[in-house]
Design a protein around this ligand. Sequence first.
Ligand SMILES: [Fe+2]
Ligand SMILES: [Fe+2]
Length: 373
Amino acid sequence: MATNQDMIGRDDINDLEAILSITNSDVDEVLHTVKSESDALFSWDYERSRPALVKLYEKAKTSQWNVTTDLDWSIPVDQAAVVMANQAANIPNGFGETVDLTGTPFESWTDDQWVQMGIESQNWTLSQFLHGEQGALICTAQIVETVPWIDAKYYAATQVMDEARHVEVFAKYLDEKLSGHYPINAHLKMLLDDIITDNRWDMTYLGMQIMVEGLALAAFGFIHQLTTEPLLKKLLRYVMADEARHVAFGVLSLQEFYKELDSKEIRERQEFAFEAAVRMRDRFLQQEVFERMGVDVKDALTLVLEDETRAMFQGMLFSKIVPNCKKLGLLDAGDGWLRDRFTELGVIQFEDWTDTSEEYTDLDEVAKDRSAA
Ligand SMILES: [Fe+2]
Ligand SMILES: [Fe+2]
């Protein structure tokens, strides 16, 4: 049985020293190479034997949208004004009310500094979305090669196009509307590298479609609700329509495949899901933002980990992952090992929320806009 040390490189999931010891050692690199030993599989069985994937593929073909023509890029974005509106409506400063800032560097921060923090945080968040989208592009191209089923190869090909569009849209928004990029967060990079390196085709799905995209779908939904900026709102809504299909693709494919696995193999999937969950939680600590704001990162993150409001927001990021893991049988297999881990992470309360196997039809904003036009 793997220990926390084996899975995530530390015994205590809240060990800040260990979390901060993982840093992006080469922030100036332009090309990053990941070795993958996966087999590329041809299938000579062209029979369309998986109706749920056929349906998803048909939907994907008619729900394509165009970054350059379907969004109104003439909308001006005043980033400071957007940040101030968000802060006024949600969290006034970067921390929830339960956090006492007395005696911390934040105690003397001016309004301008809080706004700057909000701006950096937005640049950081969108930059990580951008890098994550490229991860999805690469993982899904890998699935086209490695998945043995023809219906899944067809569908994955449409997702490759979707992900190229997502990389394009976030890069364009960052360049034209925001005020700076961040390199990839080290925890996210580690997770993407692990997913790509694993040569079992279903692990690519679990890491990307279930975990990374499940979290992205929740995060996009959350920011879509919070933001007052109309271009970002619409952009996120369109990306979410695609992401809901991608998560459905993961759930529908793995549901079938997991039926063939024995308990040892299922346990390996549970451990991988746990590792991915921890990496994603670590990445949302936003350590690079505090670094850029010139505060001691460890002190700042100690406050972050104590912040109940943030914990609640971050918990929400798992609101798609947990029900999908349950639907796949991962939560309760092997005496509920993953249930216990998700309980420790404080996210088990989402287990009975809607899973994402069918949600994509409701979220298809593109089809709604077309039928309204
Ligand atoms: Fe995407
Ligand atoms: Fe996606």
